[in-house]
Design a protein around this ligand. Structure first.
Ligand code: HSE
Length: 291
């Protein structure tokens, strides 16, 4: 039996829709695999009642097919489904790493990125790799059609998770099909600023780099209280706030020494809108590991 623990992740970071992602220090999924004639899946843990065990419908079933690696796969969910924290990606990345080892496929972590992304297609309809890349490689990642680049960034973060769910599929439907050139220019500027900030571990630059007016406002409309949360976080000392992945989690970069204040302000912001939420301080974290 092979066991792998894969971290939650936060994708997009505002200006990097379907491109940027970071691994989070916590929470994480744990996946155990054993060889079998055909793939079967068992799911336990947080929100497991919402995760299908049918291999045709579960993210890890697609990964097992891609690797031609039938197995009995047990998923212990630590990352809540439909949270915007890469729940399906954590399971897919862990399964890809575990099955690669179980069947001695010899693929590198980078080569496993597109395979794990196929698992994402089962859940959201698109094989986006911006969650599975940081789950497999750790740190901050930039994924394009033919390249994944990893930057070993280290920054404190605050994640605030409200008691509402947003499916990635629904959140992808509100993304505009095109955008005016001035908003595209602004997004390129933000994305470049964010990458410079990640290279320097600079919370000011990364926070500025969250700015984006094409995808984020459309997604924010699905999250009750989003504007109040952003305002409260900035007032408490966040350099930037944005939707984490497809939402509803909200991600903030705290100025040094302001982590707790930002976390409390975000929870209060959701409360103002009548939404229960919890916030937890975390950091850009490490990659999936064998346990
Ligand atoms: N880039 C994806 C999206 C991430 O925003 O739809 C989903 O977690």
């Amino acid at each position: 039996m092979i066991t792998v623990r894969a971290p939650a992740t936060s994708a997009n970071l505002g200006s990097g829709f379907d491109v940027f992602g970071v691994a989070l220090e916590r929470p994480a999924d744990v996946v155990r695999v054993e060889r079998a004639e055909e793939t079967t899946i068992e799911v336990t843990g947080i929100g497991s009642q919402y995760v299908p065990e049918d291999p045709e419908k579960n993210t890890v079933g697609a990964v097992a097919r891609e690797l031609d690696a039938p197995a009995h796969i047990r998923i212990d969910k630590g990352v809540r489904p439909a949270s915007g924290l890469g729940s399906s990606a954590a399971s897919a990345a862990a399964a890809a790493l575990a099955l690669n080892e179980l069947y001695d496929r010899g693929l590198t972590r980078r080569e496993l990125v597109p395979i794990a992304a196929e698992g994402e297609a089962v859940v959201s309809g698109a094989a986006h790799a911006d969650n599975v890349a940081p789950a497999l490689l750790g740190g901050f990642t930039i994924t394009t059609a033919n390249r994944t680049t990893r930057i070993d960034a280290s920054l404190p973060l605050v994640v605030c998770l409200p008691e509402i769910t947003v499916s990635t599929k629904d959140a992808r439907e509100v993304v505009p099909a095109s955008a005016p050139i001035d908003e595209v220019v602004e997004t390129v500027g933000s994305a470049a600023t964010l990458v410079a900030g990640m290279c320097r571990n600079d919370p000011e630059l990364v926070g500025d780099g969250f700015e984006e007016r094409i995808v984020t406002p459309a997604r924010a409309a699905l999250i009750d209280g989003y504007d109040a949360v952003c305002e409260a976080a900035v007032e408490a000392g966040a350099t930037g706030v944005t939707v984490s992945g497809a939402g509803p989690a909200v991600l903030a970069i705290p100025e040094r020494g302001r982590t707790r204040a930002v976390a409390a302000a975000m929870v209060a912001g959701f409360e103002e809108a009548g939404v229960d939420a919890r916030a937890y301080p975390t950091r850009i974290g490490d990659c999936a590991r064998f346990a």
